[in-house]
Design a protein around this ligand. Sequence first.
Ligand code: PEP
Ligand code: MN
Length: 332
Amino acid sequence: MIIELKKGTAPAKAELMGKALEAILLQEGDKQLLITPSALKTAPEAYASDIEKVYPMDSDIQLASLQYKKEKREIRWGRSVIGGSHRNAAVIAGPCSVESKEQIRKSAEMLVELGIGTLRAGCFKPRTSPYSFQGMGLEGLKLLAKMRDEYGLNIITEVRDSTHVQAVIEYADIIQIGAKAMYDHGILRACAKTQKPVLLKRGFGTTLQEFVQSAEFILSGGNPNVILCERGIRTFETKTRFTLDLCGAAYLKHFTNLPVILDPSHAIGYAYGVPDLSRACLAMGVEGLLIETHPNPKVAKSDASQQLDHPAFTQLFGELKSLAGALHLNII
Ligand code: PEP
Ligand code: MN
């Protein structure tokens, strides 16, 4: 249950009530909220004089629920905005990993040419083998910062573990929490303490309830700027890398107040299917797409099979723009 306290409630009193109810006390703008487990359905009578409003909840999807906030949250970074009453769809693109000065510069230049404002590339890669390329680390973050300075691009990059969480928070405009880190509470709690937007990817073996509850850790810890990213779940199918859960995306759209971004690249795992999937994803009316593109995918150090080369990405981007027109969406 979310309990909104009356404006004048003294913070010390709010804290005491929070302790008694085993609730999280959250300052949201000028509001003080107590968030209890959703099993609590009525507030204690003794607190009535301090309570403005109560929101009984069906489950522990609480701050992220449309039962609590009726409109999509508006999320801003740089000059970009998604959610709220905007009909914007962000195309977030770039190579899987920062690999070299030349590679990331070519990537940045293509995005600028197309009018895309956000460059995404990983520097700390959560690989499934310790013998694969692990990312350029801090050196990669510095290259991304250079691209931001030179081209005015916003940067989204991934935090893999607690050893570099502060560095990623400092360098990134949007912090990506990858599928394998969705349950990393050190990362979730660190991301709750910044106000920068966080793109939280769904773990490929997690339910929608577990996914959105991970977002609740960030929201209830004080950061209201969370974007959900569906990137495919593991099923019995082996022909594609994962199975993009568009039913799940429909659920997230219908029941949560968080913007949703779909990632066709990691879902299918093969470049041939990315254009078809991207058009389908945009047609769902989500807040954006995450698409991997590399100047020369054949030599990419990670996710080589799924990255579009620049001509293929450019063609797809043109198609997405035409489709967006028909859907009354603006591609940003
Ligand atoms: C990535 O975005 O490059 C990545 C590693 O994705 P995921 O966490 O979805 O596997
Ligand atoms: Mn990747």
